[in-house]
Design a protein around this ligand. Structure first.
Ligand code: NIG
Ligand code: FE
Length: 412
């Protein structure tokens, strides 16, 4: 099956040599071809270039993209898309003046979602979660990471990861699963932190590894949640099962967690709303991708990750949604890109790099996703007719996507 897309107004994120990420000043550069064609063969990108070089072939399907922009699908490297129910009441409580931390201290927050998750059947969680997955695919997400972390019991964590496994089997997009048993201390272990860490290391991890349910390991490294020392134990335990860390860190406070994550070769460090000069220093010359989650900052009114400061220091940056019922009940990467431009003052080029190739890197799929490169998966977005790609963040509330291709097939 071949699909030839012709007369593309502008083809974005064209990378001849499959780079894995972009850093620092390079983030401002988004290579593109104006008046371009793109050839898809089966599930892969076979060829592309200016229309003057367009091959004269009889493709099975031909699409005229006059006036439209084509770009790789979004790579959302940080979500909690599998959950039960919602936390709408906490949203209203925050409007009435409570903070996220105050709600958590009252037993709400993550523990609220854990109670709901443990009371809901695997099938029901699957059904709720697949609706969210279908929605984000239509919004242009072509690769996604999904975490556990609302079980906080052996059975609950396994149940979440099995749901992620079923989503992987049923849906064509790349899905990576992250084990986040260390998301919060359950009430039962409030005074016995080492007891819960032991449960994670000695019971949850071996059971998860046995069923091959996780690709990465995560922890909420934060004041009042998991300390640097506790997170290091989790990262070390994960290493025994070849689970690279992707860690929640510096959401509310800076407690030297980033340095520890870099030391343990974390693939990514996520949130970083509070990032000190020392944190930025620790990330320099490392393989760890910093990930910003601007919809979370927007929704719970906390600072935005200092993107400019990080890129000026030569660091790469990825953007992800953090889709979850508490801090970000939205999986819309288009909104993330727009918010990064509007609130973090990232340029459209920087934001698109962060949401495609760097997002792919942050979930270990940049060999196959995140750019228009021959041999990569044919995961692409075709926009509606637009003036230029600047219109994507500019019209932040509109859906400017006309079609999404996943592995060479149009998403219906
Ligand atoms: O990334 N900060 C930790 N975890 C999630 C929120 C989880 C929740 O509130 O349910 C986050 O924001
Ligand atoms: Fe998160």
């Amino acid at each position: 099956m071949t699909t030839l897309i012709i007369n593309i107004q502008e083809l974005l994120q064209v990378r001849e040599n499959g780079i894995l990420k972009v850093s620092g000043l390079e983030m401002a550069l988004l290579p593109s071809i104006k008046n371009a064609y793109l050839l898809i063969e089966n599930d892969l990108i076979a060829d592309f270039g200016p229309m003057s070089h367009c091959p004269k072939i009889n493709a099975d399907k031909s699409i005229d993209a006059t006036g439209k922009v084509v770009l790789p699908t979004w790579c959302d490297s940080h979500t909690h898309l599998v959950y039960a129910g919602n936390r709408i009441q906490e949203f209203v409580d925050r409007i009435n003046g409570l903070t996220y931390e105050e709600i958590a201290q009252r037993g709400g927050g993550i523990l609220n979602s854990a109670e709901k998750l443990n009371a809901t059947s695997e099938d029901e969680i699957f059904e709720q979660s697949e609706l969210r997955l279908q929605e984000v695919m239509k919004l242009g997400t072509g690769a996604i990471e999904i975490k556990s972390g609302y079980g906080l019991t052996v059975e609950g964590e396994l149940k979440m990861l099995r749901v992620i496994q079923r989503l992987k089997q049923k849906y064509p997009i790349a899905i990576k699963a992250t084990f986040l048993g260390a998301h919060a201390f359950p009430a039962k272990f409030k005074e016995n932190h080492s007891g819960y860490i032991d449960l994670i290391i000695n019971e949850m991890l071996p059971a998860i590894a046995k069923e091959k349910l996780a690709d990465f390991i995560d922890a909420f490294l934060e004041t009042g949640y998991f300390s640097v020392e506790e997170t290091e134990k989790i990262m070390e335990a994960g290493k025994k099962y070849e689970l690279l860390p992707k860690i929640h860190v510096n959401q509310f406070t800076a407690i030297e967690g980033i340095k520890a994550c870099v030391k343990h070769n974390a693939l990514s460090v996520d949130h970083l709303e509070i990032a000190t000069d020392d944190d930025i220093q620790a990330l320099k010359n490392s393989d760890t991708m910093p990930v910003a989650l601007p919809s979370c900052s927007y929704f719970i009114s906390i600072p935005y990750t200092p993107a400019r400061k990080m890129m000026n220091a030569g660091l790469p940056l990825a953007l992800a949604t953090d889709y979850n019922p508490g801090t970000t009940p939205s999986g819309n990467m288009n909104f993330v890109v727009a918010t990064a431009c509007i609130k973090m003052k990232m340029t459209p080029e920087e934001a698109i790099n962060a949401a495609t190739i760097n997002g792919a890197y942050a979930m270990g799929v940049s060999e196959t996703h995140g750019s228009i490169t021959k041999g990569k998966n044919a995961n692409i977005i075709i926009t509606k007719p637009i003036h230029s790609y600047y219109q994507l963040p500019y019209e932040f509330g509109s859906n400017l996507i006309e079609q999404v291709f996943i592995n060479g097939n149009i998403l219906e």
